[in-house]
Design a protein around this ligand. Structure first.
Ligand code: HPA
Length: 267
């Protein structure tokens, strides 16, 4: 069986062969946030299935493309869509594309997601800077290797400051909070959301944590952004629906794109 390092080298070699040398910024665009990828210029586009060892989503309609090109003057390597732990992939599989970005020399990565607000300071449509995370997914992408990666400053202070400046420049109110990564695919119970709050969490979601830990292990600086799509279970008493989550990402997407474009312009 091939080691993960060999698989990473093979995938990175496959992609690098088709690209000129450049310093690239990584971007992971979560569910419903992939629209920004359509603005990347002079692109090379691969379906995940074309890239050696890349995980391919089993969820119908989940876009899974890697796009290289230029966005706001920055060379980017962007994932439009991702696979999730809840689909049954291992954490190593989920975060494999980020590992490949690391092997391709990516130093800064913007990781985005859709999340529910456990903190009533936030409302659907808000964008929140991820200050830190709590991993309740019950696994770790570095499991199996003695990789004691330090996560003290896993979300880069420099990139947070840059995101705050970008939001200010564009008149966007940027919320912030601690992201709690749950396994899913069911949404949380109200009791779990209360627990998340007591533990210091503000946003609940089902992604991001594996990629962030892996990015940090690869030496990258990470910026995390959550699009708040709904109030988490029990906050308002209303039921959650996946359709509503997707509808909110769509309606709030323009502001999100404006923010990410400005962040790139300031990089
Ligand atoms: N919980 C977990 N994941 C989510 C939510 C939520 O409320 N909203 C969007 N992704």
């Amino acid at each position: 069986m091939m080691s993960i390092d060999d698989k990473t080298r093979e995938a990175a070699g496959f992609l690098s062969k088709e690209l000129k040398d450049a310093d690239r910024t990584g971007i992971v665009l979560g569910s419903g946030l992939g629209g920004l990828a359509d603005e990347i210029q002079e692109t090379k586009v691969w379906d995940f299935g074309e890239i050696p060892h890349f995980p391919v989503s089993s969820v119908e309609g989940h876009r899974g493309q890697l796009i290289a090109g230029s966005l706001c003057g920055v060379e980017v390597l962007a994932m439009a869509g991702r696979v999730h732990f809840y689909e049954g992939f291992t954490m190593k599989e989920v975060s494999f594309p980020v590992r490949v970005m690391g092997a391709m020399g990516v130093k800064n990565i913007i990781i985005t997601n859709a999340g529910g607000a456990a903190n009533s300071r936030m409302t659907p449509g808000d964008i929140a800077l991820i200050e830190d995370h709590i991993n309740l997914m019950g696994d770790n992408p570095l499991r199996g290797s003695p990789d004691f990666t330090d996560l003290t400053s896993v979300y880069s202070d420099t990139l947070k400051e840059l995101a705050r400046r970008a939001a200010e420049n564009k008149g966007i109110e940027l919320k912030s909070g601690v992201y709690v990564g749950n396994q899913g695919p069911s949404y949380e119970t109200p009791a779990e959301v209360r627990m998340a709050r007591i533990m210091g969490g503000d946003i609940v979601g089902m992604s991001t944590v594996p990629e962030v830990i892996t990015a940090s292990s690869c030496g990258m600086s990470v910026l995390g952004l959550s699009m708040i799509t709904n109030m988490a279970a029990g906050i308002t008493g209303e039921k959650l629906s996946h359709r509503e989550v997707i509808a909110t990402t769509e309606s709030a997407q323009e502001e999100f794109k404006t923010l990410v474009r400005e962040i790139l312009a300031l990089m």
